[in-house]
Write a protein that binds this ligand. Structure first.
Ligand code: BDP
Length: 602
């Protein structure tokens, strides 16, 4: 799916701004009429932290958003497409009262051709949003209903995951025009010949309407033409190729033009990087060299904006990562904004791209780590997420397939991979990912603590073993000597059992209250956080097939309430306002001394 841009043939309008907003649990508002008694909220952003009202912030149910827009009459001959970067979690869209789009899934874009609904003068745009989650949605929520004193339904969602259920219109709403004959989609697959420093760039274009030919031109970063070709399916050769490298990005631009009678009907520009990804003999190779991941699991989570797009924070976060010599992130636990993905392409941040498959664990809780009764775990008989899971994978790959920064797909975070039925659930999803990804990237899932070498049932499916581990935190809290022994023996066991598979940590961390110090290095202190990371680093360096460390979490973030959470999760190495905890210095020193390539001696 193409990102909306303005070109010589396309006009792009941004509908961001202050919209009307109102709870409408009983469907009383008419989408064709102006909303009465509404709040005003900024779009895009989560609604939750914009209105100081406790009940509303926590509300589970249905909401209406509304704005007005006018279309310039210079666009009268074009098609008009209304596009949402994401609405969390379910949306019904009405233009002048007529339903034009429906989309379920809170983290991927959707659009609708609204040419026939738009009228001269002002148009009324109403978006009905639901933030309900249950055992059929991703993420997974525990849904229940009670009745109020008037017999009305009160809905409840208890998150089956550890982040606040922020909701609303989270990403930009755009209206763009395309000519009647237009480009719908572009797929780019660079095949690199590392020895000859060249690449064949395979391009596939999908287009609609009446046109004679498709013209393809590749420009380098100086704007010089470096290759050209013709046709909806073509292969363009690049000599002396500039590779896209971690923290050293190089982006080419592909210009696609639909031509009729010598004139350009529609033109689109897609930036892309040329790089090669392979997993081989326990190594993760980028451009033929063994890469070492240094970085973070993150969240899209900032003050006031909640989970809404916050570009200054994205820019700052990438800057802080570079300051620390970090080179990678995982989009835990859902697809991040297209704007962030484009930024990572530009800045050379390597991305493990995750679908919102989180909470696939019957009865999630912080005590879940103590569950041992694997045989009787009911997760795979009670989850009804098959359909949603296929959909999120399809939509993520359709959106992100051309991104150089994406080096691996993460098909789930902390699912019950140890429970009966796990293999049957996941095998078709791994097959689907292979079928859908034109670049054939590696696939993984992120394994929870109970998924040990002994108990995990699905490791055969993954290209890279990705582990979330909390020895010394959730297990043996505060005992770093024991944590060290446990970490070492588990990592050694993985390496022995799967010598060909690289292993990495995708989460490890300890809640730390900024400014809390202890001469005894007690848990929650900045000293403990540092000791914890020092201990883990030591063990990582002993394991040959260990190819990366992504800690939990980049910054403190908001969660649901619980006695283990004090205004959210405090495992950030930065606070929520992005102030560093002391461990940032230790990790910066460490990562400055770890090269992106060839860290492990073999
Ligand atoms: C893991 C989850 C992550 C949590 C983290 C934690 O993947 O979402 O925030 O642990 O408990 O279970 O801090």
């Amino acid at each position: 799916m193409l990102y909306p841009i303005q070109t010589q043939t396309r006009t792009l309008m941004d509908l961001s701004g202050i919209w009307k907003f109102k709870v409408d649990d009983n469907f009383q508002d008419d989408p064709a009429k102006p909303l009465a008694d509404a709040y005003r909220v900024a779009v895009p952003a989560s609604y939750n932290d914009q209105i100081p009202d406790t009940e509303l912030r926590q509300h589970a149910g249905f909401f209406n958003y509304q704005t007005r827009f006018t279309v310039p009459n210079t666009l009268a001959d074009d098609r008009l497409i209304l596009r949402f970067g994401s609405v969390t979690h379910e949306a019904w869209v009405y233009v002048n009262g007529e339903e034009v789009a429906y989309h379920k899934g809170g983290f991927t874009p959707f659009e609708a051709d609204i040419t026939d609904q738009v009228t001269d003068g002002e148009n009324l745009l109403t978006v009905r949003v639901s933030n309900l989650l249950d055992y059929s949605t991703l993420p997974v929520g525990n849904y229940s209903e009670t009745t109020d004193e008037n017999g009305g339904i009160v809905r409840h969602v208890d998150e089956n995951f550890d982040f606040f259920n922020y909701s609303g219109i989270h990403r930009p709403v755009k209206l763009y025009s395309v000519p009647v004959a237009h480009i719908n989609d572009i797929t780019i697959v660079p095949v690199v010949d590392l020895a000859n420093q060249s690449a064949d760039v395979k391009v596939t274009v999908q287009a609609t309407g009446d046109y004679d030919s498709v013209r393809l031109t590749i420009f380098d970063e100086e704007g010089q033409e470096v290759a050209n070709g013709e046709g909806a399916e073509a292969q363009l050769a690049l000599d002396q190729v500039n590779l896209w490298q971690p923290l050293n990005a190089y982006l080419y631009t592909l210009e696609v033009a639909l031509v009729k009678d010598g004139a350009d009907l529609d033109v689109y520009y897609e930036d892309f990087g040329v790089r090669d990804i392979k997993v081989e003999k326990g190594q993760f190779l980028i451009n033929g060299e063994p890469f070492y991941f240094k970085g973070f699991g993150k969240h899209e989570d900032t003050y006031v904006s909640g989970r809404g797009l916050n570009q200054p924070y994205n820019v700052l976060d990438v800057g802080l990562m570079k300051m620390m010599s970090a080179n990678s992130i995982r989009t835990s636990h859902y697809p991040y904004s297209e704007e962030m993905m484009r930024l990572c392409d530009r800045e050379g941040i390597v991305v493990i791209d995750e679908v919102p498959a989180v909470g696939l664990l019957d009865g999630f809780g912080f005590d879940a780590l103590n569950l041992e009764d694997f045989q009787n775990d009911k997760t795979w008989s009670v989850m009804k997420t098959h359909e949603a899971h296929e959909q999120v994978l399809r939509e993520l790959i359709a959106r992100d397939k051309n991104h150089a920064c994406v080096v691996m797909w993460s098909i789930a975070n902390e699912a019950a991979n140890y429970a009966p039925g796990a293999y049957e659930y996941f095998k078709p999803l791994f097959d689907l990912s292979k079928e859908l990804d034109p670049q054939q990237r590696p696939n993984t899932y992120i394994a929870i603590m109970m998924s040990t070498p002994e108990h995990d049932l699905t490791t055969d499916l993954v290209d890279v073993i990705c582990l979330n581990r909390y020895y010394g935190w959730y297990i043996g809290t505060g005992d770093l000597a024991k944590a060290e022994t446990d970490t070492r023996s588990e990592l050694q066991a993985w390496q022995e059992k799967y010598p060909e598979k690289p292993i990495m940590y995708t989460e490890y961390g300890a809640d730390t209250v900024a400014g809390f110090h202890s001469v005894y290095g007690e848990p929650f202190s900045e000293e403990f956080q540092e000791d914890y990371y020092i201990m883990n680093s030591k063990v990582f360096d002993e394991i040959n097939n260990f190819v990366g460390e992504q800690l939990w979490n980049f910054s403190d973030f908001q969660t649901k309430f619980g006695i283990q959470r004090v205004q959210g999760n405090k495992k950030g190495i930065f606070t929520r306002e992005r102030e560093p905890k002391s461990v940032v210095r230790y990790l910066t020193d460490r990562w400055k001394n770890i090269p992106n390539f060839g860290y492990k001696n073999r």
